[in-house]
Structures are given as structure tokens and as C-alpha cells.
Ligand binder design. Structure first.
Ligand code: SF4
Length: 258
């Protein structure tokens, strides 16, 4: 993707009107209105438009029983031209209420984690494997994932990040098609669906709130994420030292009292 195309997508996503000379936008694409319906297509002029069209499609999705219990779908937020895409499990109660992924205390911790390595929420794109909340926050079921994950795959195609970060056991196992424990998956480098796109696993912020002793491992993961983004050619965020972590990283890494 050209720099001009990335800029165009970013400005559009921010709601900033801009004009492009005819013939300079090359990112013309097609999105299926439903992943399983080949004949229902929407022609668009840029991936950001396709992302918006896909969000509308998802908002009316009834492909699995979770449509019966959701308040609303939770599609994704952030920069649609992000270098880094974060993928979580499924909406929880607060996400279901607000229609945004990673809100509440877990969202605040995610913001702190990103800030600690020089990034913020507006620079990344955040989505979940499932777009609807499972009742009582139970684990997603296989059929629900099968039905829903084409939406996530299309989001990845459209955002075209340089790095995917799977946050939490379920997202990691779904994206990597494995049953290995997250403790064995984090700290390593994988690729997303044989595309060559690097994928790193780390803990979900909600898990870290319940298990603060693992925050130091999450800090190591953040440094790995930062390094992989640099290797992928993403603009370098401000330096965060592994040996002398800044105040915010100490906040992330601090151990529980007692
Ligand atoms: S979880 Fe996914 S597949 Fe199921 S109804 Fe929601 S959007 Fe559709």
C-alpha cells in the first residue's frame, strides 16, 4: 500500500474530508455483505469504506445464536491503517453495553500498556474474534467462532497491519489453530494464516487484572511487540528501556501488595 493510500484511509477514518485527484486511489475493493453469501457484494472506493460497510453488515448479523442475546455487535475501533492490530476474545458486559472492544478496567490497563511502549489506542486497530457477547461471558463455542471469524479475517485484510497481537488464550488459540497453553505461546513469534504476517501472543488485560504477578511477562511481550514493529518498518515509538522501565511500565509491572 502506498503512503498516500495509507494517509487517505487514516484521514477518512478520522472524519476529515480530503480530496484525491482522479486515478490516484488504487485501493478499490469488494466486500461481501455476508461471509457466506457470495452474491451480495458492495463495491467501494477504498478499504476504509469497505471496513465501514463490513461494520454495517456485522451489526445486522444473525449467523449464530449470539445474535439473540447481544445488546449490540462490537466490531472494532482504532486506526484502519494501523501497523499494529490487537485481537481479543469476545465482548464482555461493558463492551456489549458500549459497543466498543476493550473498555472498562481492562481497557484502561490496555491503554497503559500501549502508552508504556509509546503507542496509544488511536494508533492501533482493536477487534475481537467474536463480535457478540457470549452469555455470562462464557467461552466462545466452536460453531460461533467458525461463523464469526470470516469477519475478523476480512478486517485483517482491510487494515493490512504489519503485526498482529493476539491478546489472551482464546484469541491466540483461535488465530493459531492450537490448543497449546498461552504460557507456551507468549514470547514466541508466529505467522497469521500462512500469510507471513507476524503474530505475537500476550496476556489479555482482564487476565492481568486478575493475575498481576504476570504483568512483568506482559512487559516483556510489549518490548517484543515494539521490536517486531521496528523490524517491520513501522515508525519507532519513543524509547522504552527494558532495563530501566519508565514510571508507567513500573505501574504495569508492579506486583500486588502482600
Ligand atoms: S457472534 Fe459473529 S457470527 Fe455470531 S451473530 Fe454475532 S456477528 Fe454474527
Amino acid at each position: 500500500m502506498t503512503t498516500a493510500a495509507r494517509k487517505s484511509r487514516y484521514l477518512a477514518a478520522m472524519g476529515i474530508h480530503h480530496y484525491v485527484a482522479r486515478g490516484t486511489v488504487s485501493d478499490v475493493g469488494t466486500v461481501q455483505a455476508d461471509p457466506g453469501t457470495a452474491d451480495a457484494t458492495v463495491q467501494t472506493t477504498a478499504p476504509v469504506d469497505e471496513l465501514s460497510a463490513l461494520e454495517v453488515t456485522v451489526s445486522g448479523c444473525r449467523r449464530c445464536p449470539l445474535c439473540e442475546t447481544r445488546r449490540q455487535t462490537v466490531f472494532g475501533v482504532g486506526n484502519p491503517a494501523a501497523d499494529c492490530m490487537l485481537v481479543g476474545e469476545a465482548p464482555g458486559a461493558e463492551e456489549d453495553r458500549q459497543g466498543k472492544p476493550f473498555v472498562g478496567r481492562a481497557g484502561q490497563l490496555l491503554d497503559a500498556m500501549l502508552f508504556a511502549v509509546g503507542m496509544n489506542r488511536d494508533e492501533v486497530y482493536i477487534a475481537n474474534v467474536l463480535k457478540c457477547r457470549p452469555p455470562q461471558n462464557r467461552d466462545p463455542q466452536g460453531e460461533e467462532v467458525t461463523r464469526c471469524e470470516p469477519y475478523l479475517h476480512r478486517q485483517v485484510d482491510l487494515v493490512a497491519p504489519k503485526l498482529i497481537v493476539a491478546m489472551g488464550r482464546f484469541a491466540a488459540q483461535s488465530l493459531l489453530r492450537t490448543t497449546e497453553a498461552i504460557s507456551r505461546l507468549r514470547g514466541r513469534e508466529f505467522t497469521y494464516r500462512d500469510t507471513g504476517l507476524p503474530l505475537i501472543v500476550t496476556y489479555h488485560p482482564a487476565y492481568l487484572l486478575r493475575n498481576p504477578a504476570d504483568k512483568s511477562k506482559a512487559w516483556d511481550d510489549l518490548l517484543l511487540i515494539k521490536r517486531k514493529l521496528a523490524e517491520a518498518g513501522a515508525p519507532a515509538p519513543p524509547t522504552a528501556s527494558a532495563s530501566q522501565p519508565p514510571a508507567l511500565s513500573r505501574r504495569i509491572c508492579r506486583r500486588p501488595a502482600g
